[in-house]
Design a protein around this ligand. Structure first.
Ligand code: HPA
Length: 271
């Protein structure tokens, strides 16, 4: 049933011109500018795609974009689905399974995250080197999941060492600070309490956010090498907790965005 649904989605997209993407990209909150660098061939609103999750208010502008970037064919999810919006883990990761069906060979993910490691500053980038799933859910925990691959997917290298090494070299070349660290995924949508931030410090995480981990788990089930960069949008110091304003988070993401775009673009060139 699910497999058939997904196949319908993939067939529709192929019939509508998304024929040969090599790289899949998920753009996080406030991080849409990479799209300006793409020579767009096809742009399809999520609402037009059969069986794609239905839009919430936040999702009016969600679309799948196909075109050329740095000489490669890419497919971009501009707008992602979050568990905190009420989507199921299957829905949150539907786009990843779709891009896999379209033939992507690598997956690049971005997100906005809070800095738990207090030596990392707001506005800087962090390469996710490992994660801790605190969402209490898995996108592989449903009846038909084994039809898509091994549900006991190993998590030895959820983030490709090869891609991460390339990213580190590229950041260095551009003189862009790219921290490395562990990303904790939480359900949200509320932000964390002081006690929760202290817990995240004790767990030796470096950043916290509400996305990415389900997508990476599905990529792992499907054997798609993937990498993810967090844009650190706020500093989560339990001793000096400041009110967080979502508009402020989005503005900070926008300021750091040119660095993310430069790094992703060069990575795509090198793939
Ligand atoms: N917590 C959780 N998610 C976030 C944060 C945060 O502080 N900042 C950006 N996304």
């Amino acid at each position: 049933m699910k497999k058939q649904q997904l196949q319908e989605t993939i067939n529709y997209l192929k019939e509508n011109g998304i024929t040969n993407p090599k790289i899949g990209i998920v753009l996080g909150t406030g991080l849409g500018k990479l799209v300006d660098e793409i020579t767009i061939e096809t742009e399809i609103p999520y609402s037009d795609i059969p069986n794609f999750p239905e839009a919430t208010v936040e999702f009016h502008s969600g679309k799948l974009i196909y075109g050329e970037l740095a000489g490669k064919k890419v497919v971009v999810m501009s707008g992602r689905f979050h568990l905190y919006e009420g989507y199921t883990p299957w829905e949150v990761t539907y786009g990843i399974r779709t891009m896999h069906g379209l033939g992507i060979e690598n997956l690049l993910i971005s997100n906005a995250a809070g800095a738990i490691n207090l030596s990392y500053n707001k506005g800087e980038l962090m390469l996710i080197e490992d994660h801790i799933n605190l969402q209490g859910q898995s996108p592989l925990a449903f009846g038909e999941a084994k039809e898509f691959g091994n549900i006991f997917a190993d998590m030895l290298e959820p983030y490709s060492k090869k891609l991460n090494d390339l990213l580190k070299g590229i950041a260095q070349k551009h003189d862009i600070t790219l921290h490395e660290g562990v990303y904790a995924s939480v359900l949200g949508p509320q932000l964390e309490t002081r006690a929760e931030y202290r817990m995240l410090q004790i767990l030796e995480t470096d950043a916290v956010g509400m996305s990415t981990v389900p997508e990476v788990i599905v990529a792992k089930q499907l054997n798609i090498p993937c990498c993810a960069i967090s844009v650190l949008t706020d500093e989560c110091d339990p001793k000096n907790l400041q009110p967080v304003d979502i508009a402020d988070i989005i503005a900070t993401a926008g300021k750091a965005e040119p660095n993310l775009v430069a790094i992703f673009k060069d990575l795509i060139k090198e793939l």
